[in-house]
Design a protein around this ligand. Structure first.
Ligand code: XLS
Ligand code: NI
Ligand code: NI
Length: 442
């Protein structure tokens, strides 16, 4: 492949300089080649850059247009621009030491006048992406289809009241699965962008949910037919853009998948900002998915608790990430998943360099959280506390109870004849919070 001139000429590959470094363009905690338990940190963390934010984000918001102008966005032919943009992106992935990237079909290639033309354009870009992946070693964490931006999807895709739109969305996802497979994607994500409703006055909720399930079954069948082995992931979000989205949170997602016989085929892609929009903590959503054996991947970002929407900021809150990481590690990790920075620059962050600062901050925070969580788990103080807290279920009548050997009559007799009144036992929250702080603050 011919070498073009660099798109980030002033920035070299970001190096690890250690915790005492004051260089803002260096890693302080993320040392990609550091080997832990026989695996490099790069392989443990499986970071990914989100193409839509990093390379299609312009800083636009409902109150004004974009502010971010990239030097490579020049020319008339959208397909040629898309190719150069991809070159810039892969230079960035390498310089920021990200082993993966993620995209929506419409982020990487422009929509044409017909689906056939759109698909041809997508094929051209995918061929180029394949070449760039080969040349750089950067891999595809997941692909997905944008079923929410085009006006045809204003009332949903799989849940659209018009079967014609359902059919169109199916055709689009068929193609998105083809290209995700062609690029070796390790997962495929369904985020139900407009799969919900604005008002129940015009909505048949039961029928829409059944259509969504049908759509997912068809996707599973098609993936099988083409030999796509990637993991399917549902990304829950309670609202935005619609008022109510069917994949509200992980618990609603599990209920939906089980109701429709889809639970074997899906896991969850959990996004921090979506968790908090649903009124949960990030760690809560991870625990709920892990308890069901359905923890898949992470969309790494954060919201702003003073704002009620998906602000998609880079997360540098080591406390929150350490808690999340302990739950992830305890669950056995993310498997084929990874940490995808579904996060964008603030509107006034217009320098090319800002893209580096943003990802360095996110990667360093996750790397530090990973190390802290490993220490916490290795020392096992919280695990021991929690185990002791439930110890009454390990022996005697507590064990019989867990095994289903006792009924209400037995328990009633036990209390009346032997046990009497339970003694209060402290939950020791403040002690545990101090213990956590001692790990975080050294
Ligand atoms: C939007 C979602 C979206 C998905 C991919 O809120 O986070 O970016 O991750 O469609
Ligand atoms: Ni996301
Ligand atoms: Ni989001």
């Amino acid at each position: 492949m011919k070498k073009s001139r660099p798109h980030f000429p002033k920035i070299r590959r970001i190096a690890y300089e250690g915790p005492s470094s004051v260089n803002p363009l260096a890693f302080r905690h993320y040392n990609p080649t550091e080997v832990i338990d026989g695996r490099s940190l790069k392989d443990h963390l499986r970071f990914s850059v989100a193409y839509w934010h990093a390379f299609r984000g312009t800083g636009g918001d409902p109150f004004g247009p974009g502010t971010i102008v990239r030097p490579w966005e020049q020319g008339r032919d959208p397909v040629s621009i898309a190719k150069v943009r991809l070159d810039a992106a892969f230079e960035f992935f390498q310089k920021i030491e990200s082993p993966f990237w993620c995209f929506h079909d419409r982020d990487i290639a422009p929509e044409g006048r017909s689906l056939a033309q759109t698909n041809r354009q997508l094929d051209q870009i995918v061929a180029h992406a394949k070449e760039l992946q080969r040349a750089t070693g950067v891999k595809l964490l997941w692909g997905t289809a944008n079923l929410f931006s085009h006006p045809r999807y204003m009332c949903g895709a799989a849940t659209n009241p018009d079967a014609h739109v359902f059919a169109y969305a199916a055709a689009q996802v068929k193609k998105a699965l083809d290209v995700t497979k062609a690029l070796g994607g390790e997962n495929y994500v369904f985020w139900g962008g407009r799969e919900g409703y604005e008002t129940l006055l015009n909505t048949n909720l039961k029928r829409e949910q059944a259509h969504l399930a049908t759509f997912l079954h068809l996707a599973v069948d098609y993936a099988k037919s083409i030999g796509f082995k990637g993991q399917f992931l549902i990304e829950p979000k309670p609202r935005e853009p619609t008022k109510h989205q069917y994949d509200f949170d992980v618990a609603a997602g599990i209920a939906f998948l089980r109701t429709h016989g889809l639970e074997k085929h899906f896991k969850f892609n959990i996004e921090t900002n979506h968790a908090t929009l649903a009124g949960h903590s990030f760690q809560h959503e991870i625990e709920v998915a892990a308890a069901a054996g359905m923890l898949g991947s992470i969309d790494a970002n954060t919201g702003d608790l003073l704002l009620g929407w998906d602000t998609d900021q880079f997360n540098t809150d080591v406390r929150e990430l350490t808690l999340a990481m302990t739950s992830i590690l305890r669950a056995g990790g993310l498997g084929t998943g990874g940490f995808n920075f579904d996060a964008k620059l603030r509107r006034p962050s217009t320098d090319l360099e800002d893209l580096f600062h943003a990802h360095i901050g996110g990667m360093d925070a996750y790397a530090l959280a990973f190390k802290l969580a490993r220490r916490i788990l290795a020392e096992g103080k919280f695990e021991q506390f929690v185990a002791a807290r439930y110890a009454s279920y390990d022996t005697g009548y507590g064990r019989d109870l867990e095994k289903g050997r006792l009924g209400f009559r037995d328990l009633n007799k036990l209390v009346l004849t032997k046990l009497g009144e339970p003694r209060p036992r402290s939950g020791k929250q403040e002690y545990l919070e101090n213990l956590l702080a001692s790990y975080l603050n050294g």
